[in-house]
Design a protein around this ligand. Structure first.
Ligand code: COA
Ligand code: AMP
Length: 629
């Protein structure tokens, strides 16, 4: 069948489309219907089913003869370690950890925070939670104590599963002081912390609260899968929004299973047994969906890579991993390819490896610029497939479904909507725009299985953030256009979220951190273009009256402040002191205009601007940092 027929089949009868897709999941109790619209505009899928994610990701494969197949290939150039874990071994490790969690009194519905680097135990931890119906929330290791504390207070975990350290090129990140700091800051106090002691840095444990990973599991018995309702939250993943408070995206169990299974063949064109590699981090949605869950649910082998595209040890690392482990489909963010291109523009490292196993490269997480796509395509000689999605959806909104039909690639477009997604481009008043016109990208409700039904403990915020602007639609926060052949082009965000090296960050959160500096009276953070990371944050600081300390000192303190409060991942390294900020007469800071000036783009003088001469001052400040030239 071709893409258009599949899409039309979904449009004509979404209910039977998703009931048929559900046949690929092993249910304790099969759903009798797919969509539950009884509480519209909030929707659920497969509400009356009973199912377990871990059973579908591990047990059923062992029962069906895949026990000896490698489930996880751990490849860690930063520790010079490699390990193959079979499905049978994964079952053993996961069910014992699940048993230990039960021994600690953790049961269905309890939250567990996972704060771990890219080690196999991170996946074991996620699956062990799923096994007993506990709701995990993985926090990316690049976030500092304060961000971890915010998530602890929102998710209220009974326990934290963590490692003693993460490893960044050239330095060890000790996790334990960050965890202790977070628990000190948080109002909610988790009962226990379980630490995987890594030899690179052994953490000291607080007696009574902290447990060693191995000792914690010594007397535990294997736990069986606990079946949960189809709408039971599988996990919470916090993501950046406009304000400093992150949004707890809830992933529903049954829809997640069905959608991810469907995506593996239809989008990525892999069959059970094939090796799939997503070079991301378990702390991001790509890591949840395509390092952990989807490949395992589908019976693939997943690669867990603890390293960077360059410097671990060189710009040929990706090619080594692909050839050594026979990767068939590879998924990463464009920034990784920009990093490789910068180190090895002629792609010389590639000649050392046989990459004939590779079928396609998939890119997502940020806009894939044509230069990067063309370079990757020329180097690898395989299709480079851009696809667009969000933490909120958990799988592709717009892509090229290579397992159904490889559609012609239009460089700069992630291609076409997947079944389940009816995309419209709307103007500010919610009117549908014609082909070629730029507007807000919105998705007609309901969203398909797998996407968020709500935000954790914040239904009103969910409605306000996503459903209020365009009634009947989900607001994606992206702006774009659709061409005459139905291809979507994503152009920009419509809010204050920025994308730094494929990481989604809130400028609002950085502004909140900066305003804690005693000398800062007011500030604004914008995302400016960056050749490697796509965007980087840049802060404008207005000082409190009477402060006359050296500006460099204040700037450097502010940079440290953001690093300590949000984390190194914010990449906040640029700030400048300005006498005042450009605002509208009603007091709104003109961030979008500042971005245009920084990126040397043309801009219209906002009609509501209070004092246009401020823009000249901003330009001069930007020029001193090498922007707006
Ligand atoms: N724990 C602690 N610190 C971390 C971290 C982690 N898990 N991940 C990143 N950091 C730190 C980095 O060490 C760096 O610190 P520095 O400012 O002291 O140098 C900072 O956070 C910024 O990291 P990053 O944005 O990753 O930049 P980088 O310069 O280290 O590497 C790339 C640049 C392009 C190589 C890197 O961003 C990359 O591999 N990107 C792949 C994209 C990706 O995985 N995206 C995920 C979504 S699909
Ligand atoms: P995240 O939730 O971290 O996956 O970030 C989602 C956001 O990243 C989207 O809303 C887009 O702004 C951006 N994004 C992700 N994939 C793409 C893509 N293929 N093209 C353009 N932007 C993308």
């Amino acid at each position: 069948m071709d893409y258009h027929s599949v899409y039309k089949r979904w449009q004509a009868d979404p209910e039977s489309f998703w009931m048929e897709a559900a046949e690929n999941i092993d249910w304790e109790q099969k759903p009798t219907f797919a969509l539950n619209d009884s509480n519209a505009p909030l929707f659920e899928w497969y509400t009356d089913s009973y199912v377990n994610t871990c059973f579908n990701a591990i047990d059923r494969h062992v029962e069906n003869g895949r026990g000896d197949q490698t489930a996880i290939i751990y490849d860690s150039p930063v520790t010079e370690k490699k390990e193959h874990i079979t499905y049978a071994q994964l079952l053993e490790k996961t069910s014992v950890l699940a048993g230990s969690l039960i021994n600690k009194g953790i049961t269905k519905g309890d939250r567990v925070i996972i704060y771990m680097p890219m080690v196999p135990e991170a996946i074991v931890a996620m699956l062990a939670c799923a096994r007993i119906g506990a709701i995990h929330s993985v926090v990316f290791g690049g976030f500092a104590s304060n961000e971890l504390a915010v998530r602890i207070d929102d998710a209220k975990p009974k326990t934290i599963l963590a490692a003693s350290c993460g490893i960044e090129p050239g330095r060890i990140i000790e996790y334990k002081p960050l965890i202790d700091g977070a628990i000190e800051l948080s109002k909610h106090k988790p009962e226990s912390v379980v630490i995987l002691q890594r030899p690179q840095s052994v953490a000291s444990l607080i007696p009574g609260r902290d447990f060693d990973w191995d000792e914690f599991q010594i007397d535990a018995e294997s736990a069986d899968c606990v079946m949960v309702e189809g709408n039971h939250p599988a996990y919470i993943l916090y993501t950046s929004g406009t304000t400093g408070a992150p949004k707890g995206v809830v992933r529903p169990t049954a829809g997640h299973l069905v959608a991810l299974h469907w995506s593996m063949k239809n989008i990525y064109n892999v069959d059970p047994g094939d090796v799939f590699w997503a070079a991301s981090d378990v702390g991001w949605v790509v890591g949840h969906s395509y390092i952990c869950y989807a490949p395992l649910i589908h019976g693939n082998t997943t690669v867990l890579f603890e390293g960077k595209p360059v410097g671990t040890p060189d710009a040929g690392t990706f090619w080594r991993v692909i050839s050594e482990h026979k990767v068939k489909a590879f998924f990463t963010a464009p920034t990784a390819f920009r990093a490789i291109k910068r180190e090895d523009p002629e792609g010389k490292f590639k000649s050392q490896y046989d990459l004939s196993c590779l079928q396609a490269l998939f890119l997502a997480g940020e806009r894939a610029d044509p230069d990067t796509i063309n370079w990757a395509q020329n180097l690898l000689g395989v299709p480079v497939i851009d696809h667009w999605w969000q933490t909120e959806t958990g799988w592709t909104i717009v892509g090229n479904p290579t397992g159904i039909e490889s559609l012609p690639i239009k460089v700069g477009s992630p291609s076409v909507p997947m079944p389940g997604y009816d995309i419209k481009i709307l103007d500010n008043d919610g009117n549908e725009l014609s082909n070629g016109e730029l507007g807000a990208v919105a998705i007609k409700l309901p969203l398909p299985p797998g996407s968020l039904p709500t935000l954790w403990n914040a239904e009103e915020r969910f409605k306000k953030s996503y459903l209020a602007t365009f009634p009947g639609f989900y607001e994606t926060g992206d702006a774009g256009l659709i061409d005459d052949e139905g291809y979507l082009y994503i152009m920009a965000r419509t809010d204050d979220v920025i994308n730094v090296a494929g990481h989604r960050l809130s400028t609002g959160a950085m502004e909140e951190a900066l305003s804690n500096h005693a000398d800062v009276a007011e500030c604004a953070v914008i995302g400016v273009s960056d050749q490697l990371k796509g965007q980087v944050p840049l802060g404008f600081l207005c000082l409190t009256k009477g402060v006359n300390r050296p500006h460099e000192e204040i700037v450097s303190e502010c940079i440290k402040l953001v690093r300590n409060q949000i984390g190194p991942v914010a990449s906040f390294k640029l700030a400048t002191i300005v006498p005042r900020l450009p605002k509208t007469r009603s007091g709104k800071i003109l961030r979008a205009t500042m971005v245009k000036i920084a990126d040397s783009q043309e801009f219209k003088m906002p009609a509501t601007i209070d004092d246009p001469t401020i823009l000249d001052e901003i330009k001069v400040s930007l020029q001193s940092l090498g922007y707006a030239v």
